[in-house]
Every structure is written in structure tokens, then in C-alpha cells.
Design a protein around this ligand. Structure first.
Ligand SMILES: Nc1ncnc2c1ncn2[C@@H]1O[C@H](COP(=O)(O)OP(=O)(O)OP(=O)(O)O)[C@@H](O)[C@H]1O
Ligand SMILES: [Mg+2]
Length: 371
């Protein structure tokens, strides 16, 4: 990879080289076999090395660790029980929207969509990291991370990574549509070397169904929590290869979440649409304002309605969160998101889809401002 400016071109060239067959010089045979013959693998199975490579643990370079087993993200019996994905908007709502469109051509709407798409597609000179966290659990961090990952993948032509930094039985692989997981953040600390090419790296990642890559925090079992050292090592190493990395963090004030918030180029704080959730999130914003390098300027709030029964007035909630000077994007309650399981972008309600693009645009706008 060349020094400085054109790293994205290098990355794209590497991918193109891979697609034409042949392994780029300097690749590790074990991992590159995952992409043998070239193009990015279509399935998780394709992405896995044929013969399990041997990972070397960072803390003891002389002791080879066995390659981890591939584990399904959801028990197949539960996957069947999930049923068909339902659309975020009811049929009546979709029909009404189409009729309104026919009656009034949405000129202004298209102009705004174009502006947001341009923000999301902004070129970057070095990989940008966007961390997603919250002050409470179960408020929509992973859902927001998956929506951001999918949105960046949809609009950008350079590699995008969704990184799970929540080892507490995180759900990002499921939400991103990964069928199984194998290598985790901790495994990669002992494997990544500066000479590796993108095609080597992707052999250790989960390919996401509609583009992009995923690195899970673990194998979906109750395991050791991710530590700060592992997080720093992995994000620093992978930033070289991915234009945008979206990090699904644990809940604040966990140590990894604080490190992620502190070191990211932009951050998204997810607030649930409840009085106590908005109140707690406001305290996080006040904490960010006190950080030495004014993290607030690169922070966006996602106000998430995870229940259809919320009664908190959204205008009051938005005004309260905006007071410290951050943008607030309202993510409405969406039936498809509430259903759980893999998120299918095409099944999202229009308002949730718009919110995802707006959130990605606001986050990217801030992430590129940071050197
Ligand atoms: N906009 C939304 N509309 C409807 N349901 C939602 C929405 N956002 C999130 N949910 C639902 O809320 C629940 C919690 O979401 P999610 O898992 O993303 O939260 P989390 O903050 O990552 O949780 P944890 O702290 O356990 O990691 C999930 O069941 C999800 O389907
Ligand atoms: Mg989560």
C-alpha cells in the first residue's frame, strides 16, 4: 500500500487483483485461500480457509493456537421459528405514500436525498471509525450499528467494516445477516500483521449479505469480555483497510465503550424514547463536552423509539438533547426492526430508512472533519 493519499485506490486495486485470480504477493496462504480465485466470497463458508490456519497468540508468539470452529449465529431451529420478515410499514401506509407521491412530485425531497447521499459518500483520506454506544442496555445500539453499516455499504464503493465491540452475547452478526461466525477480535490480535493485504484480512471476516464485512467480538457464547488492548490493536490495524468502520460498543461507562468513544472519529449515542433514557443520554453528552478534545462536535444522537407505546413528546425530547449543540436524528418505531433477526433494508419502513441515511450522513459529515 502506498504511503499517504491514495490508500483507497490501493485497496480497490487489491480487490480487483483478487477478482482476476491469483494471490497478491505477500499474502498469507491460509487466509487468502478463503478468497481463492479472487472475488469477495459469497457465503461465510466460502470465506473460511480450506485448511484451518494456525493463529498465533499475541502474548506468546511461539505457541500456535488452534483455529476456532465456525459457529452458527442463530440455532437453526430458532431461525426457522423466526418466520418471514415483515415490512416496517403496513400495506395501507405504503399505498398512501405512493398515492401522495403521484399527486405531488417530490422535488424538494429528492434534492435533500441527494445531499444526504453525497455526505454518506464523502471520500476519506484515511479510514474513519464511527462508534455507537448508549448509557443503557437494550436501547437499539446494535440495530443502529447494523443500519449504519448497511447504509454505508449501500452508498459507498470502498470497503466498509462493522465491528462488534460488545462481547456480552452481542447480536450484531445476526442483525447483519451473518450465518455463522468464526474469528473474533481477540483472535485477530495474534494474526494481523502490517504486511497483510485486504484479501488476507477478509478471509478472517464474515461477509455481509449485501456487501461489506463484519468482525464479531466473540462466537456468541458467554466468554471473556473484550479488553481495551484488543480493541485498540484491532481497530488501529483494520483502519488501514476500511474506509468506514462502524463499531457496535458495549453500554457506557464500560472501559471499552469509553475508549471507543474517545478514539473514534465520530460517535453516535443512542437514546431510548423515554424520559429517563433522554435524561441519562443528556448526562453522557455533558460528559463528552468535558473531554479535552471537544468530542461533542463529532457526536450525533439517535433517538430510538423501540416501543410503539412511548408517550414522551418527541419534540421535547429532541429539544432537550439538542441543547448542548448536537444533531438529533429520530429513529421511529419500525415493525421490521422490532421483529428481530437479520435486518433487510428493503423491508424497512420509509421513515426508518430515511432516518438511517440521515444518521449516516450526519456521522460521516463529522467523521471526515477530524484529522
Ligand atoms: N427503531 C426500532 N423500532 C422497533 N424496534 C427496535 C428499534 N430499534 C431497536 N429495536 C428493538 O429493540 C431491541 C433492542 O435493540 P438492540 O439489540 O439494537 O439494543 P442494544 O442497545 O444493542 O442492546 P444490548 O445493550 O443488549 O446490546 C431489539 O429487540 C430490537 O429489535
Ligand atoms: Mg447490542
Amino acid at each position: 500500500m502506498t504511503q499517504g493519499g491514495d490508500w483507497q485506490l490501493d485497496v480497490l486495486r487489491e480487490l480487483a487483483d483478487g477478482a482476476q485470480g491469483g494471490t497478491p504477493p505477500g499474502t498469507r496462504p491460509a487466509a487468502s485461500s478463503a478468497t481463492a480465485g479472487g472475488a469477495a466470497p459469497d457465503t461465510v463458508r466460502d470465506a473460511l480457509p480450506a485448511a484451518p490456519p494456525v493463529a498465533r497468540r499475541a502474548h506468546d508468539p511461539h505457541v500456535p493456537a488452534p483455529a476456532p470452529e465456525s459457529v452458527p449465529t442463530v440455532d437453526p431451529r430458532l431461525a426457522i421459528a423466526l418466520g418471514r420478515p415483515q415490512h416496517g410499514d403496513s400495506l395501507g401506509r405504503r399505498t398512501g405514500r405512493s398515492l401522495r407521491r403521484l399527486a405531488a412530485p417530490p422535488g424538494q425531497e429528492i434534492a435533500e436525498q441527494t445531499r444526504l447521499a453525497q455526505e454518506v459518500q464523502q471520500p476519506v483520506t484515511t479510514g474513519r471509525v464511527i462508534a455507537v454506544t448508549s448509557i443503557r442496555g437494550g436501547v437499539g445500539k446494535t440495530t443502529v450499528s447494523a443500519l449504519l453499516g448497511r447504509t454505508f455499504n449501500h452508498y459507498r464503493h470502498d470497503p466498509v467494516l462493522a465491528l462488534e465491540a460488545d462481547a456480552a452475547l452481542g447480536t450484531l452478526p445476526v442483525r447483519m445477516g451473518g450465518e455463522s461466525v468464526r474469528w473474533s477480535c481477540a483472535d485477530l490480535t495474534g494474526i494481523l500483521t502490517p504486511t497483510m493485504q485486504l484479501t488476507d484480512i477478509t478471509g478472517y471476516l464474515v461477509p455481509v449479505s449485501d456487501g461489506g464485512w463484519l468482525l464479531p467480538a466473540g462466537q456468541g457464547t458467554v466468554g471473556a469480555p473484550l479488553d481495551v488492548r484488543t480493541y485498540r490493536t484491532v481497530t488501529l490495524a483494520l483502519r488501514r483497510y476500511f474506509a468506514v468502520t462502524v463499531v457496535d460498543c458495549e453500554t457506557l461507562p464500560g472501559e471499552v465503550a469509553r475508549t471507543a468513544m474517545d478514539t473514534a472519529h465520530a460517535r453516535v449515542v443512542v437514546a431510548p424514547m423515554t424520559a429517563e433514557g433522554v435524561n441519562g443520554t443528556r448526562q453522557v453528552l455533558d460528559w463528552l463536552a468535558r473531554l479535552p478534545h471537544s468530542a461533542l462536535a463529532t457526536t450525533v444522537v439517535a433517538l430510538s423509539a423501540i416501543s410503539p407505546d412511548t408517550t414522551l413528546d418527541p419534540k421535547t425530547a429532541v429539544a432537550h438533547l439538542r441543547e448542548p449543540g448536537v444533531p438529533v436524528v429520530l429513529l421511529p418505531y419500525d415493525r421490521h426492526l422490532a421483529q428481530g433477526g437479520p435486518i433487510h433494508t428493503a423491508m424497512l419502513g420509509q421513515d426508518a430508512r430515511d432516518a438511517a441515511v440521515r444518521l449516516a450522513a450526519e456521522a460521516m459529515h463529522r467523521a471526515v472533519r477530524v484529522r
